[in-house]
Design a binder for this molecule. Structure first.
Ligand SMILES: NC(=O)c1ccc[n+]([C@@H]2O[C@H](COP(=O)([O-])OP(=O)(O)OC[C@H]3O[C@@H](n4cnc5c(N)ncnc54)[C@H](O)[C@@H]3O)[C@@H](O)[C@H]2O)c1
Ligand SMILES: [Fe+2]
Length: 356
């Protein structure tokens, strides 16, 4: 197919307090089994939990997102739910990108045999999952709109990319992001900023992608460059930036920062948002204006970007990162064009990793 025919999220509700509509929104989706609310462990014993509309055998499961989602974690959750309930009506993910990805993966694996590791790749998922809804509590990853769920497996860090992956429903309630810690909010927000730069400067760019990317970039700038304090408007804007940034890469791709940060994360477990920041900070050669503005935002928002994270690594370890990174072919092609392999040699990538 020449043009991508991509599947989008089913329903979207946006607004402060829209979380209160959760009960009526999921009501028509209730079948034999319970609804499972997969909630970011940050919210354990927090007031949000008391607002979850539990009915019948519904259950709240807290997601441990100390580390980014693993295929083994998905498989374990699925097995637990199958053992306890057999069938479930659906799964509602409430949390940051990690929790949203876990919810998507668990939904798919309830209806597909084997391990989630078997489905890391493109269009390997064969059957729709159970009903799934996503409710972000951090803004920036775009996981709420994407057709992937990023998982670290035994052999690779790669998503389950498929038409069955997008949520059936998302609830965008900026109130839920208001208590996010300043640093985390920045790192995840920068994921969105970097999506915009990588998409807008990529070779895959088209008008669809550009329209969303420009809007998302404008919103990121309002929040991190122009405003001098964080308020409700900031949360409102960043949530829409995340959505638009996600829509922008749906029809293009990310680029150098993501390709390099995947390697870091695979070897060192560096989390997505902060990893992207560590890498983007050193990408003047590829995104000069974006990196200049990024450094300004870091300074203005008084954020620390870790330095020298690859110091003292062995040749084998550098090679492992380089292998993971060069495996992200579409990202490199988007960033550097069809001849990317001539530009991004192993030597050049090693030098870049050594700078981080
Ligand atoms: N599927 C996709 O398209 C896609 C895209 C980009 C990133 N991702 C994935 O998203 C993940 C990163 O997501 P993230 O940056 O949103 O962070 P996260 O979900 O990993 O959460 C980071 C931390 O913030 C905490 N947290 C979440 N909401 C909070 C709140 N409101 N207040 C206080 N603390 C809160 C969490 O408990 C966690 O400790 C990675 O696993 C990455 O691979 C997925
Ligand atoms: Fe990202």
């Amino acid at each position: 197919m020449k043009f991508r025919n991509f599947k989008m999220v089913g329903y979207v509700v946006y607004g402060r307090g829209s979380f209160n509509q959760l009960d009526e929104i999921i009501e028509p989706e209730r079948k034999e089994g319970p609804m499972i609310f997969l909630v970011d462990h940050f919210f354990e014993k927090k007031p949000l939990v008391t607002r979850i509309p539990l009915r019948g055998a519904d259950k709240i499961v807290f997601a441990d997102v100390t580390h980014e989602p693993k295929t083994s974690q998905v498989d374990k959750l699925v097995q637990q739910l199958k053992n306890e309930f057999g069938d479930i009506s659906g799964i509602i993910g409430i949390g940051g990108g990690s929790t949203l990805d876990l919810a998507k993966a668990v939904s798919l694996m309830m209806n597909n045999p084997g391990s989630s590791a078997d489905y890391q790749g493109w269009d390997l998922v064969k059957s729709p999952g159970v009903y799934k809804a996503g409710i972000p509590t951090l803004s920036g990853t775009g996981a709420e709109v994407s057709r992937t769920t990023v998982l670290t497996g035994p052999a690779k860090k790669l998503g389950m990319n498929s038409d069955f992956t997008p949520f059936d429903q998302i609830i965008l309630d900026p109130e839920l992001t208001s208590n996010a810690p300043v640093n985390q909010r920045f790192y995840t927000g920068m994921d969105c900023y970097i999506h915009c730069i990588e998409s807008l400067q990529g070779t895959y760019l088209n008008e669809f992608s550009k329209s969303y990317g420009e809007k998302a970039l404008e919103l990121c700038r309002k929040v991190f460059v122009e405003k001098n304090n964080w308020d409700d408007e900031s949360d409102d804007k960043l949530m829409m930036a995340s959505y638009a940034g996600g829509m922008s890469i749906a029809y293009s791709q990310v680029g150098v920062a993501h390709a390099v940060s995947y390697g870091l994360s695979y070897l060192l477990g560096t989390k997505h948002g902060i990893g992207n920041c560590i890498v983007f900070d050193k990408l003047e050669e590829y995104y000069p204006e974006g990196v200049r503005e990024f450094k300004y935002m870091v300074e203005k928002n008084k954020i620390e970007i870790p330095q020298q994270v690859t110091k003292g690594l062995s040749d084998e370890q550098f090679d492992a990162m380089i292998n993971v990174s060069l495996g992200m072919k579409p990202l490199w092609e988007n960033a550097l064009g069809k001849d990317w392999e001539k530009i991004m040699t192993r030597k050049k990538l090693r030098d870049l990793y050594e700078k981080l």
